[in-house]
Design a protein around this ligand. Sequence first.
Ligand code: AMP
Length: 438
Amino acid sequence: MQTLTIARFEDLALAQPIQRAVAEEGYTTPTPIQQQAIPHLLEGRDLLGCAQTGTGKTAAFALPILHRLGLAHKKPTPRHTRVLVLVPTRELAVQVHDSFRVYGKHLHIKTAVVYGGVGQGTQVRSLQTGVDILVATPGRLLDLIDQGYLRLDTLEVFVLDEADRMLDMGFIQPIRQVIEMLPPRRHNLFFSATMPPPIQKLAGSMLVNPVRVEVTPVASTVEIIDQSVMYVEHDRKRDLLVKLFQDKSLSRVIVFTRTKHGANRVAEMLDKSGTPADAIHGNKSQSARQRALENFRVGKIRALVATDLAARGIDVDGVTHVINFEIPNESESYVHRIGRTARAGASGKAISLCDDEERAYMKDIERLINKKIRVDESQPYHSDRIANLTNTPRPAPARKGGGGHGHARGKNHPRSSNGRAGSGSSGNRSSRNLGRRR
Ligand code: AMP
């Protein structure tokens, strides 16, 4: 059975100013975690969210929190906050704070962000008159509390984000200290990419009758997908793609490109070569997207050519293959892309077409998934030269343009996991995270 789930933001009953901000961001479809979490959070339920970065989890908690504050707005109490979002790193603090500002831009909400490694003057000033939402890293938060600049006794909502990274970074004690300062009656949200026993214990001590929301368990999905890479010169990619579609087992295929224009071009090219295809991306109207999806679902088109963001929130069963016509420069995107196949235990194949400039991205991906991807040398355009390239410089990620919308959190600035300077490549960063999951 094929299923297609496309809820709309309008269906989520969020206040108008929030819906407007979301629409201005170019979001049309809530991501799975947003679809699952937002209705419960609007009802005030505690939440245990098993989700990693890139799933849209920030909006999943930020939107209902803003909704709540927008409904019952009161003047902030000096040196107090109504909402506290605790995050492990300074980068994440800044990004989450930016998200609140973007989604809350049509509301009169006061926000602040505090983190270590910089002078505290500005942060202290921002707390003086009180705030609605505070995003903080644990160390600096406790410092400011110790100095009397903030009290948490009237807190209404507590969010613990990336709990597993918090524990990895040795923040368990500071987190406990913070929790002890909170009033017993509060709304709790807990997010973690992984749920090992210490995390479950912490969640158990913090949450009251929580709803559990989980988005695709990434590692296990990766393991059941038959992945291969085809090294090919850039200008032979199209020929190779056409050739691949001669195999009739490619019956329902999502082809990923990095840009909207790229998606259009590839869809047209496939169509002309006799493979019914359509493109789906942010420049298309909702009805055009819906039509393309429906045609894909019922098998009228064999290939749906998509950008990363457009593919979010789309849930079509029976996808036989995912083809990366272009390799994503963020390794996590690879995992999300290939997760479109092999759903609900079905088998699936993922093929990546990699040219010389993308060789470095492929290495990052292998590091992230902690596995060497099989090289398909039997394809007619195989290039030994590219396969054997070592130490290729990473191209500037923006060279082909971004494929979607999104705000200050540029696609070219993947998060650092440790918040320290010079934290290394995204590959190193991520392999640490995913490694634990296996
Ligand atoms: P996060 O998992 O919170 O780090 O979000 C990852 C990225 O997805 C961010 O750049 C968001 O701007 C973007 N995003 C979040 N929700 C949506 C949505 N419903 N549609 C499109 N993009 C989204």
